[in-house]
Design a protein around this ligand. Structure first.
Ligand code: GDP
Ligand code: MG
Length: 187
């Protein structure tokens, strides 16, 4: 397989009965770093060149707070925003909406994703996790989106917010994905 322990969904054996699962859809405009964050979480490595049109779903067995969970990640590759979005809206139990802090347009692009996701998840039980992610924190010098803009947008949609970098430490990227898992566990 491409990333060692990572396998695509269709070759994974059926999970044990009762095993916890979390389906995470990674959304955002092209170039925001969705694939880089996904690959970082799965392999601890930063892959700088990744086919921007490739959409795939990966599965990883994780232990979050001593509890095993089968984490599935759909690394989406929308071409024109959330136009054909049923495939991930109906599948996901958690959404990471990603922008790049050095690109204002990517931040503005998040709003339509947050609208689509909140419209879909409104009133749904169990609760769906939504996390706004400001990626490329290592590009601080070229920042076009302030941290408080991120905080404000997240509070408008009542979602969590993280600033991370796919090419810096693994722990903060892992923490963000684990928070998505924890959010779907919480009542
Ligand atoms: P996607 O289209 O949202 O999947 O974006 P990619 O993951 O393909 O990343 C787009 C570009 O941004 C690539 O050139 C990556 O190397 C770069 N990139 C992704 N994440 C980071 C990051 O955290 N920091 C920096 N400096 N570059 C990043
Ligand atoms: Mg990609």
């Amino acid at each position: 397989s491409k990333f060692g322990k990572v396998r695509t969904c269709n070759v994974v054996p059926p999970p044990d009965r009762g095993q916890a699962e979390c389906n995470i859809a990674v959304l955002g405009i092209t170039g925001s770093g969705k694939s880089a964050l996904t690959v970082k979480f799965l392999t601890k490595r930063f892959i700088s060149e990744y086919d921007p049109n490739l959409e795939d779903t990966y599965t990883s067995e994780e232990i979050v707070d001593q509890h095993p969970v089968l984490v599935k990640i759909m690394d989406t590759a929308d071409q024109d925003g959330p136009v054909n979005c049923e495939r991930y809206l109906t599948w996901a139990t958690a959404f990471l909406v990603v922008y790049s802090i050095d690109n204002r347009q990517s931040f503005e692009g998040c709003q339509q994703y947050l609208d689509a996701v909140t419209l879909h998840t409104k009133g749904l039980q169990p609760k769906t996790a939504i996390i706004l992610v400001g990626n490329k924190l290592d590009m601080e010098r070229y920042r076009q989106v302030s941290k408080s803009d991120g905080v404000d947008l997240a509070s408008r949609y009542r979602c969590l917010f993280f600033e991370v970098s796919a090419c810096l430490d693994f722990t903060s990227v892992q923490h963000m994905f684990y928070e998505a898992v924890r959010e779907t566990r919480r009542e």
